[in-house]
Design a protein around this ligand. Sequence first.
Ligand code: SIN
Length: 282
Amino acid sequence: MGTSTTIRSRAITPLSGREVLDVDLRAPLDAAGIAQLESIWHETGTILLRGQSISEEEQVRFAGYFGEPAMRLLNRHDGTSKGHPGVMFISNIRENGQLIGALPDGEMMFHSDQCYVERPAMASMLYAIEIPSKGGNTLFGNMYAAYEALPAATKARLTGLRAMNIYDYGANPTQRGAPTADAQQHAHPVVRTHPGTGRKALYVNRLMTDSIVGMPRAESDALLAQLFDHLENPAWIYEHVWQVGDLLMWDNRCTVHARSDFDASERRLLRRCTVLGDVPAE
Ligand code: SIN
């Protein structure tokens, strides 16, 4: 990709997601190409590149354009993924009775990756290798749009609030449950400011956000229930129906994502990379 090339993109839905055209990730991108991609990504927090055919190394190289790729050993939810330490697999496939990846089965609630640690992943990406004939779609919500649509009184109420995020529910990692005794947890602002765009985004989610710090439990539960319903409004959700060869990257600082159910007897295999992030700031 030469410096004079303009990368074309088009909206997938008005608020959530842009498809990037004419980029083949087998070839390295130059600085100008990376800057253009980042700027397209910053518009909605989700970019899709279809028709890719990339190796583990090429996917990790792509992740490295946006920050430092996370190595698998840092992540305790990596299942039994093998291969390059910068990738993990999301899969329901079992070999010799053993899962080859993480987050294997069924529907998954909305969440933002690693919001339960001090420095959550800034970006995550999935590359589709095998997909079921129906379902197993990944849904992305634009949390700038969700924040901006809140009434002024709610925005004022959220100012300065922090929420405790917890994750690890034992047997089922895709649905909210009772946290295990050693579940990781960390408090972050309920509204965070994206360091790259300066825009504010809602930063709570149904799978991992437990409570508003310092607020009585009943009041906290009621406020969070209202926010969860609001941020899952289809007005700013894009539901991605996977095709083999799709590479989709989302920005955990301004989006949430979830997964629809699929037939457990069908194979689903996606390769994931994440990019290390900063401590979220209000
Ligand atoms: C994830 O949350 O990283 C997995 C999403 C999916 O399986 O579609």
